[in-house]
Design a protein around this ligand. Structure first.
Ligand SMILES: Nc1nc2c(c(=O)[nH]1)N[C@H]1C(S)=C(S)[C@@H](COP(=O)(O)OP(=O)(O)OC[C@H]3O[C@@H](n4cnc5c(=O)[nH]c(N)nc54)[C@H](O)[C@@H]3O)O[C@H]1N2
Ligand SMILES: Nc1nc2c(c(=O)[nH]1)N[C@H]1C(S)=C(S)[C@@H](COP(=O)(O)OP(=O)(O)OC[C@H]3O[C@@H](n4cnc5c(=O)[nH]c(N)nc54)[C@H](O)[C@@H]3O)O[C@H]1N2
Ligand SMILES: [Mo]
Length: 715
């Protein structure tokens, strides 16, 4: 895994160093592999032994334990007593073709993607949707880093991060904001640790004192385990949930005040003058801001803010990293842009050792976007797509993103849902509504490696289409194929499966797309079978349609990797002003009525998104349970709830609808007052569909307003 000539870890998107260590993987990557390489088989007989209701009664962990899917399956009618049965690939494709042909308009079909899909498969996938005539290509990114993409594009003219791995070798300050790398990007800890070893300062900004950051021990360096690791983050700012805009403004204001004391020494005036716009307005707004309000809303003490501001003002090369704690908020885009503001003050963009680093989730989520999986394609991309396939007419109207797709299905404006991977039912907000949305479709079809909860809420016809995993040998017309993926730092490299497929009946993702296309598009202008026969042919088209991917064919021949260009790295900012833009954002007011809490939904150490490996959250000291709500002890006391008491969680969305999550154990925890934490996906029932980030529509799953309710006494 993660070796030249091997396969890319299907875990996270953190890049591999150029000089690979002998073991370039982590404990959680190993779990992801084990999950895919399991010897258990979810055969049609095994699955068909259960009714849908019986399958729904299994936990996510138990569903995963059924093993790898082996054959295409169908369930009809969608009632709780229905069962999956096997069918041939040909019949599966025919059913999809018929269902799509029966739709009054192509925009009634939805093509969802999760970010594990290779560049080659994802490119064919979006081509299929567009040739059918729709841009309805929602993806997991809509629920993930969309706020980063939108936020960065507006102010830097590029939606991606600006750093590469070697920048971390030079940085002298690394901010880790709203991210839990100890669990979710374990290999990033190695990078952070090396930086700390050189004397770089690391600042964690988080409502939780994430133990993986505070005490770090390297799993492959036994001495660390003996000494219990050492502190990694030199500073920890315990921000309130949703308090980042206030905190980042307070930090920037303190930097301005430092400049007042030492004029000409703190701000990078030359950079600001030459490369940015909007500084005067930004500076005026910051100076006019009420300092007390900034402190209160951030929840961080003044002296800590001044200490970190001084650290920032003294650092020569700063990298800011962030993840879901920043993006999954109503003001997620503003969060991202306030990070940029702070970084622009000292020219920390487009300089070695400095820059912006949104740390992506799924291993190829960034690549899927590069190859066109988006509901908002750029016209130039569609033009090139049409040029590559004479006769193709790519639709120009924007399609549906994830939450829009749920709404469209609920209102029966969309009737067919086809997913390339992922677990839409469990990952999307408002589980109950999402279940109704899927069940209301005429057709649902899921390309998947394992059975998951989305497959248990089928439409009138429900299909499960089992595919090869990334670890497996992919034989096509010209032999074993490789695919390409792009990591979080825009490096594209190859991935080649090495294991025997879990079943003879599995098809590769590209082959499944071609099968669907053949059935749905009898007059297609795309030579589907030819492309799938040798993925080099797909890469040749990729190079034509996406100029940045020039060189991707060579990866298959010569190995190595291609770095996608990023203009911001060279201080070229193709924004509306032609410069990097300072932006002004109002400070969100977070006060809640008594009894209400702001809930963040988190990952534990023992899961990969909706795939649950086990019930422990090692670094947070929680064992054997996932239905928990973490709350400050005084908030528990104020609500009259005993530690360990089992409570219901009730959320009220902007639509005024009540959502209830039953039976969560209340655990006293070191969080800021008024804040709470619970696990994704158990807590997704509480996330309102209409609470989403302005500008990016990312569900605000880190900012759910809830109250705890005592449960009626048993009996
Ligand atoms: N092992 C493993 N690895 C994974 C995944 C997995 O599930 N398991 N998932 C992958 C995916 S798709 C993704 S997107 C990434 C996710 O990686 P993370 O973003 O690290 O995952 P989360 O658990 O959502 O954690 C968010 C962090 O934000 C903090 N936070 C919450 N609200 C706020 C806030 O208002 N302000 C600030 N400053 N912090 C806040 C939380 O305390 C938590 O530490 O990981 C990827 N890697
Ligand atoms: N409340 C709340 N909700 C969230 C989040 C949160 O923090 N809080 N995080 C959001 C984020 S960041 C994300 S990225 C989304 C994730 O949303 P998704 O990407 O939809 O969900 P996953 O759980 O990653 O998908 C797992 C499924 O993918 C399938 N699979 C695995 N490998 C392969 C493969 O190689 N090919 C195919 N075709 N299928 C495969 C398996 O069937 C598995 O069950 O969830 C979002 N939802
Ligand atoms: Mo994600």
């Amino acid at each position: 895994m993660n070796q030249t000539g091997g396969f890319d870890c299907p875990g996270c998107a953190w890049p591999e160093p150029a000089a690979r260590a002998r073991f370039e993987f982590c404990e959680n990557g190993a779990k992801a592999i084990a999950e895919e390489a399991t010897t258990r088989r979810a055969t049609p007989e095994r699955i068909g032994a259960f009714t849908l209701d019986e399958l729904r009664a299994l936990s996510d962990f138990e569903l995963g334990q059924l093993g790898r899917l082996t054959h295409p399956m169908v369930v009809r009618g969608g009632s709780g007593s229905a069962r999956y049965e096997p069918l041939s690939w040909q019949d599966a494709f025919r059913l999809i073709g018929e269902a799509l042909a029966a739709l009054p308009a192509p925009d009634q079909a939805i093509f969802y993607t999760s970010g594990r899909t290779s560049n080659e498969a994802a490119f064919l996938w979006q081509l299929l949707a567009r040739e059918l005539g729709t841009n309805n290509l929602p993806d997991c990114s809509n629920m993930c880093h969309e706020s980063s993409g939108v936020g960065l594009s507006e102010v830097l003219g590029t939606g991606k991060g600006t750093v590469s791995l070697d920048d971390f070798d030079r940085a002298d300050l690394i901010l880790v904001i709203g991210q839990n790398p100890g669990t979710n990007h374990p290999r990033m800890l190695t990078t952070l640790r090396e930086a700390a070893g050189r004397g770089a300062a690391i600042v964690s900004i988080n409502p939780l004192r994430e133990a993986g950051l505070v005490r770090f021990s390297h799993p492959q360096k036994p001495l660390d385990l003996l000494t219990r690791g050492r502190p990694l983050a030199s500073e920890f700012l315990q921000v309130r949930i949703g308090g980042d805009v206030a905190l980042l403004q307070a930090l920037a204001r303190a930097v301005l005040e430092e400049e007042d004391r030492r004029p000409g020494e703190v701000l990078d005036r030359d950079f600001i003058d030459r490369f940015t716009s909007g500084f005067a307005e930004y500076e005026a707004a910051l100076r006019a801001a009420d300092w007390q309000t900034l402190l209160e809303e951030s929840g961080v003490a003044e002296e800590e803010i001044r200490r970190v501001a001084a650290l920032y003002a003294g650092a020569q090369r700063v990298i800011a990293c962030w993840a879901m704690g920043i993006t999954q908020h109503v003001n997620g885009v503003a969060n991202v842009q306030e990070i940029v503001n702070l970084m622009l003050l000292r020219g920390n963009v487009g300089r070695p050792g400095a820059g912006l680093c949104p740390v992506r989730g799924h291993s190829n989520v960034q690549g899927d976007r590069t190859v066109g999986v988006t509901s908002r394609p750029k016209p130039a991309f569609l033009d090139r797509l049409e040029a590559a396939f004479p006769g193709l007419r790519a639709p120009r109207a924007p399609g549906l993103d994830t939450v829009e797709a749920i709404e469209a299905m609920l209102e029966r404006r969309a009737r067919a849902f086809i997913a390339m991977g992922g677990n839409f039912y469990s990952a999307a907000p408002d589980t109950e509504a999402t279940g109704r949305a899927l069940s209301g479709c005429a057709l649902t079809a899921h390309v998947a490696t394992k059975l998951n909860r989305s497959h248990l809420y089928p439409g009138a016809i429900g299909l499960v289409l089992p595919c090869l995993g990334r670890t497996e040998i992919d034989e096509q017309e010209t032999g074993a194929q490789m695919v390409t993926v792009e990591d979080s730092m825009s490096m594209v490299h190859g991935s080649r499966g090495v294991l025997e497929p879990a079943s003879d009946a599995l098809l590769s993702e590209p082959a499944i797309v071609a099968g669907i296309a053949r059935a749905a598009l009898p007059d297609s202008v795309v030579p589907w079978e030819h492309l799938v026969g040798d993925y080099d042919r797909i890469r040749a088209v990729l190079e034509k349609v996406i100029p940045e991917l020039a060189g991707v064919s060579a990866i298959a021949r010569d190995g190595g990797s291609v770095r996608l260009p990023n203009p911001a790295r060279d201080r070229v900012f193709p924004t509306s002003t032609g410069k990097a833009r300072f932006t002004v954002h109002p400070v969100p007011r977070l006060a809640l009525a008594p009894g209400l809490l702001r809930l963040m939904t988190l990952r534990s150490h023992d899961q990969y998104n909706t795939t649950v490996y086990g019930l422990d959250d090692r670094y947070r000291g929680l064992r054997g349970k996932r239905r928990v709500v973490l709350v400050h002890p005084e908030d528990l006391a104020a609500a009259g709830i005993e530690p360990g008491e089992v409570v219901d969680l009730v959320s009220l969305g902007p639509d005024g609808r009540k959502r209830r999550g039953e039976a969560f154990e209340a655990i006293p925890y070191e969080l800021p007052r008024g804040c709470a934490g619970a696990y994704f996906p158990e807590a997704n029932v509480l996330v309102p569909l209409d609470a989403r980030a302005a500008g990016s529509q990312t569900p605000a799953s880190k900012s759910v307003v809830i109250r705890m309710e005592r449960r009626p006494a048993a009996g």
